[in-house]
Design a protein around this ligand. Structure first.
Ligand code: RIB
Ligand code: CA
Length: 332
């Protein structure tokens, strides 16, 4: 596996994704880049470093990315993630400063030197800025796994659009277009699969009983998110989209789907909608792999075994988790 960069907008589910990535020995994280999405890019940078500090990984550099979308006014999601972007947990700032270099400059220089994979968990503004300037660097990208979009699932910020691609539809459209021209496919982890990944209060309670420090931390940053889900979707729990993208990057059996040519609408009431040509009307070479099936239980066992630590600091094996029945929705 090549080294990876996580491009994100932390954000509560981004933070859980970072915790999962940092607890996964298969991954070598070269760096983290932030982009304005759930929260402004600079706040996302501070939040990413709060997570790195908790995990003892402040050695991983964090670069601040684009502050606004390519064209549209920036719309944050702090109503969902809280005024601090971490569920109003108001965690202490991590020590140390940010590099001078911007996220796009960092990604450009890194890709000039080595092949990397990118797990994109926010609007694709950084990637669009970089690849529209340097399209030849796309060939240096082993894999781009993007949490965003939706195939048959309804949207989460409009009837037809998912937030990351709605927030900056021009950036998403640009990336799908450039990847098509480069003959490469974006792995699209959209709402069709992420909606099945619901962190419930029972799961949080289970984590607390198995690893109290981790459980209380997750409870602290997700309570606000759970309140939002009850108020707007009458869900007891919260959909944690981003960790599934990390899990899928590590274990491709986590989700299944199909290759397709995809474009992103940038105008009007369907702004941000992913138009997936699943029936091949346009006879265009696929530029995306659309994930549509996942097993919530498989993901949760994967996630719990990695983010929880035993008292001696060692890692859990999934088969040793002794999970109570009905901890989560969607058990196959
Ligand atoms: O639509 C869900 C996505 O938008 C997630 O990545 C969430 O963190 C927000 O960025
Ligand atoms: Ca995100």
């Amino acid at each position: 596996m090549s080294r990876i960069v996580i491009d994100c907008d932390p954000g509560i589910d981004d933070s859980l994704a970072l915790m999962l990535a940092l607890s996964s020995p298969e991954l070598e994280i070269a760096g983290i880049t932030t982009v304005s999405g759930n929260v402004p890019a600079d706040m996302g940078g501070r939040n990413a470093r709060k997570i790195l500090s908790r995990m003892g990984r402040l050695d991983i550099p964090v670069y601040i990315g684009e502050a606004v979308p390519l064209r549209y006014d920036y719309t944050d999601a702090m109503d969902t993630h809280g005024s601090d972007g971490l569920g109003e947990s108001f965690l202490p700032e991590a020590s140390g400063d940010f590099p001078e270099k911007s996220a796009v400059e960092y990604l450009e220089e890194l890709l000039e030197r080595e092949r990397i994979s990118i797990i994109a968990l926010g609007p694709m503004t950084n990637l669009a800025r970089l690849f529209s300037k340097r399209p030849e660097l796309i060939r240096q990208v082993d894999e781009l796994v993007s949490m965003g979009g939706n195939f048959r699932s309804h949207g989460n910020c409009s009837p037809v659009a998912e937030y990351n691609y709605w927030c900056d539809p021009d950036a998403a459209a640009c990336c799908y277009k450039l990847f098509a021209e480069a003959g490469k496919k974006i792995e699209m982890i959209g709402l069709d699969v992420t909606r099945k990944i619901v962190l419930t209060p029972n799961i949080v309670e289970y984590i607390c009983r198995m690893d109290q420090e981790t459980g209380e931390f997750i409870r602290k940053i997700t309570n606000f998110y759970m309140d939002f889900h009850w108020e707007y979707e009458k869900i007891i729990g919260c959909v944690i989209n981003d960790p599934l993208a990390v899990a899928y990057y590590i274990d491709r059996s986590m989700c299944s789907g199909f290759d397709s040519y995809t474009e992103v609408e940038t105008e009007g009431i369907c702004r941000g909608q992913t138009v997936v040509d699943s029936m091949d009307f346009w006879k265009k070479r696929p530029n995306s792999h659309i994930l549509v099936k996942t097993d919530a239980g498989k993901f949760m066992r994967f996630f719990l075994a990695r983010v929880m630590k035993k008292k001696d600091g060692s890692r859990w094996r999934e088969e040793d988790l002794a999970l109570p029945e009905n901890l989560w929705y969607g058990e196959e």
